[in-house]
Design a protein around this ligand. Structure first.
Ligand SMILES: CC(C)[C@H](C(=O)O)[C@@H](O)C(=O)O
Ligand code: SF4
Length: 427
């Protein structure tokens, strides 16, 4: 039997198998942010183990609440900042240079096909878009990873999802992944890696592949993975051009991380993209998914465009295409958080920021902020937000608030009308 992408990465990184099925893998990267890493740092310091396995393989960012909003978040930032300095972690992104972790780390070229990556953050699965095995871990695993550069995993099974057909106008990667989660449920990929394939995925940009992989965890998946191809090479080229004589040579090397034709999958799911519509969520779980067209009575108080799911340049372009020349409803507060400073700069350069401002949006600095209800747009009780984020848990963006997950185009359309709206109307 052939191997899936995840199996190949596991085999190539295997250090030890202390119990059958438990694999200790060497790590290529440990990513850190200021919410979970300070807990691990304090613990390591207390244990007299204030060391790091390799400062070049640790990348850190202050992203969840930045600028700090109170003494607690200021202290979290300080612990991470002091630790990065103490251990000469040179890729540390602080205010002015910081952005949402799962957007800024790929943008800086820290993710490569075949890599193993951990982070104390559930959406670490995003980086699987590059053909890496990237998983969110808890504090103990993070501590071991920081100290020794290894992490123990149960060998995951693989769920293969083939997305074929043609994405209709106004339907994006976000709609595909919402549809998938609605179909397989929030437990549908538990203990599995979701390997995305099919001609639609092959034609997606890296940004859209990140959107797909980002929400693998919302179906319980350990990680999402897209096999590397020329799109991956093109994205990474500025970072790898000294390592390979040509893009073709890079692709040839990366082919080792493609699944075998006879790979063994736990389950294979076929999705016909041509039949999809713009989708959104209606309840407190990401699998409560309906077509936007069935939700148009739902009133919206706030629209949030940003996050590690949909705060990238492509997302801002999609939303701006809907908003161009229009103003948002008086009843709506529009908030845009470009996911990184480079995305912000690019959006400004392309005139997108002007479109958002003229439409009546507020534009914040790059941060997670409102996505997890910590700052920059917390909802009041009874309010609803059309959001491009990935979680609609009860109270996620503020106690008693409702979050409707959708694509940037759908969120922009909701901003114009003040209720959930089919974005195709404006395209
Ligand atoms: C703060 C962090 C631990 C958390 C996560 O792991 O996902 C956050 O990023 C989120 O999205 O809720
Ligand atoms: S943008 Fe939201 S989902 Fe992504 S890492 Fe930040 S808080 Fe978590």
């Amino acid at each position: 039997m052939g191997k899936t992408v995840a199996q190949k990465i596991f085999d190539a990184h295997l250090r030890d198998e202390p119990f059958p099925g438990t694999k200790v893998l060497s790590l290529d990267m440990v990513f850190c942010h200021e919410i979970t890493t300070p807990i691990a740092i304090d613990d390591l310091v207390r244990l007299g183990k204030d060391r790091v396995f390799d400062p070049n393989k640790i990348k850190a960012v202050i992203d969840h609440v930045t600028p700090a909003k109170d003494s607690k978040t200021a202290q979290q930032g300080k612990v991470l900042r002091d630790w990065a300095r103490r251990h000469s972690i040179k890729d540390f992104f602080d205010i002015g240079r910081n952005g949402v972790c799962h957007a800024i780390f790929p943008e800086k070229g820290f993710v490569r096909p075949g890599y193993t990556i951990i982070m104390g953050d559930s959406h670490t699965c995003t980086h699987g878009a590059f053909g890496a095995f990237a998983a969110g871990v808890g504090t103990t695993d993070l501590e071991v990873g920081i100290l020794k550069g290894v992490c123990a995993f149960r060998q995951p099974k693989t769920l293969r999802i083939n997305v074929n057909g043609t994405l209709p106008k106004g339907v994006y990667a976000k709609d595909v992944i919402l549809h998938i989660i609605g179909t397989i449920s929030v437990n549908g990929a538990t203990d599995m890696v979701i390997e995305f394939g099919g001609n639609v995925v092959e034609n997606l940009s890296m940004e859209s592949r990140m959107t797909l992989c980002n929400m693998a965890i919302e179906a319980g998946g350990t990680s999402g993975i897209c096999a590397p191809d020329m799109t991956t090479v093109e994205y990474l080229w500025p970072f790898i051009k000294d390592d390979y004589p040509s893009k073709e040579a890079a692709l040839e090397d990366y082919k080792q991380w493609q699944p075998d034709a006879d790979a063994e999958y736990e389950r294979v799911l076929e999705i016909d993209a041509s039949s999809l519509e713009p989708m959104c969520t209606y309840g407190y779980k990401p699998d409560c998914v309906k077509p936007v067209s069935q939700m148009t009575d739902s009133k919206i108080d706030q629209v949030y465009i940003g996050s590690c799911t949909n705060g990238r340049i492509e997302d801002l372009r999609e939303a701006a295409a809907v908003l161009k020349g229009k103003t948002i409803a008086d009843s709506v507060r529009g908030i845009l958080s470009p996911a990184t400073p480079d995305i912000f700069k690019q959006a400004n350069h392309e005139g997108l920021i002007d479109i958002f401002l003229e439409a009546g949006f507020c534009v914040t600095n790059p941060t997670c902020g409102a996505c997890l209800g910590m700052s920059n747009g917390v909802l009041a009780e009874g309010e609803a937000c059309a959001s491009t984020t990935n979680r609609n848990f009860n109270g996620r963006m503020g106690k008693g608030g409702m979050v409707h997950l959708m694509s940037p185009a759908a969120a922009a359309a909701a901003a114009i009308t003040g209720h959930i709206t089919d974005p195709r109307k404006y395209l």
